[in-house]
Write a protein that binds this ligand. Structure first.
Ligand SMILES: [Zn+2]
Length: 406
């Protein structure tokens, strides 16, 4: 079976790890920052050398295309090239670089293909400089209002619009990805969790993206002196919150082993060591592929008992997303191709969000996961062995060729 080139892929990963290098094994390559622009320039340079045609759309997404033998909609692969602050060298960029390696293999090996083949770089997937995450795919698919996104500001007060205009990559709205122009999208990504490595699996066959809910809980008590207020008179909002977190863990652990939930944000007022907290908030993020399980989480939230009689408790939905299911035919291609290469596979749902989950609304889409060492991601320790990156690239290559044939 046709394969990609290991040395070339290594060169790509090494080269791109210089753009935004923190010197500690990772990168800080915030969207449209000088480091991100250097990465874009190198990407375009390499694509042009392969004879690819480069277009950008009004959100500065880059599309580099090898022409097909027939006038057909293109098959697209790729991901994002921006990172979080002190992030790793694999999240997002590996999808771009394996896409580029697949394109290079097709060009240099002169592999026949009917459809044009495109590699995409999405702008601002991380939302680390300009909120929200997955901004450009969200605008293209109508999830986000473009004018609201353009007004999003970074910590220095620069708007996304200003950064976009200064980047030199802002193109025409007609160049956006659309169902008429694109037949399929395949995004390769690192798993960003420990399961594949732990179970010694080469390729994660991604069936979809887990649905999730995010709730914010508020507890109101009374601020009083820590030295003079006997315990029985206290209205301690933090104690009520802690007991509620414990209650939620006990109840949610009973539901399903695939359910993940997190209290990642908590605030206590006035947050002074001599004052009983009077106002406490915390969040609960819960994710599962089965909407039934998410409904059960909601039932548990709605039935939370008052843990401290004298404190008021309320909760509010911050946001949610439904489970996304990828295009079954393409999911099958990924599994079949991995098996034909002799790679081990596991069908799974993504916990994190990806651009692919928005694009699947307009274009048949799937994803390929490769293992993340010890599950580390969004940090400098993020690592995927070259061997695994290559296996992912090989499956991507065959999957693109399968889609081209059928
Ligand atoms: Zn990513």
């Amino acid at each position: 079976m046709l394969t990609c080139n290991k040395e070339r892929l290594q060169d790509k990963i090494t080269t791109f790890s210089k753009f935004g290098d923190t010197g500690k094994g990772g990168i800080t390559r915030l969207s449209l920052s000088p480091a991100a622009l250097e990465a874009r320039e190198e990407f375009c340079k390499r694509c042009k050398a392969l004879g690819m045609e480069i277009k950008t759309d009004d959100m500065a997404n880059i599309y580099a295309t090898i022409p097909g033998e027939e006038k057909l909609p293109a098959i697209i692969m790729g991901s994002h090239a921006d990172s979080v602050k002190q992030g790793g060298n694999y999240d997002g960029i590996l999808g771009v670089l394996t896409g580029l390696e697949v394109a290079e293999t097709i060009v240099t090996e002169k592999i026949p293909h009917k459809h044009p083949i495109t590699v995409v770089i999405w702008t601002n997937e991380e939302g680390a400089r300009f909120e929200p995450a997955m901004m450009s795919s969200g605008v293209i698919t109508g999830k986000f209002d473009k004018d609201v996104m353009l007004a999003s500001k970074d910590t220095e007060g620069i708007t996304f619009k200003e950064a976009l205009e200064a980047s030199g990559y802002m193109g025409k709205i007609e160049n956006r990805m659309s169902p008429e122009k694109y037949r399929a999208l395949v995004e390769l990504h690192v798993e960003q969790g420990p399961v594949l490595e732990d179970e010694k699996i080469d390729i994660g066959v991604v069936e979809g993206v887990c649905g999730m809910i995010n709730y914010e809980f508020t507890f109101t008590g009374q601020a009083d002196h820590a030295g003079t207020t006997p315990m029985k008179y206290r209205k301690d909002a933090l104690y009520a919150a802690v007991k509620t977190i414990q209650y939620l863990h006990d109840e949610l652990d009973r539901l399903d082993s695939k359910l993940v939930y997190t209290t990642g944000k908590i605030s206590a007022h006035p947050n002074i060591h001599t004052v009983i907290p009077d106002h406490v908030k915390f969040t609960l993020d819960a994710r599962h592929q089965d909407p039934e399980v998410i409904n059960k989480v909601l039932e548990i939230i709605k039935a939370i008992p008052k843990m401290v009689e004298k404190c008021e408790t309320s909760y509010e939905k911050a946001w949610s997303r439904s489970t996304v299911r990828f295009y079954p035919e393409f999911v099958d291609y990924v599994e079949k191709n991995a098996k034909e290469f002799g790679y081990s596979t596991k069908r799974m749902y993504s916990g994190p969000g990806h651009d692919a989950q928005f694009i699947t609304d307009i274009i048949p889409t799937t994803m390929i996961f490769v293992p993340s060492e010890k599950g580390h991601s969004h940090c400098e320790k993020e690592f995927t062995p070259l061997e695994n990156c290559l296996k992912g690239a090989n499956v991507l290559l065959q999957t693109i060729l399968d889609i081209d044939k059928n």
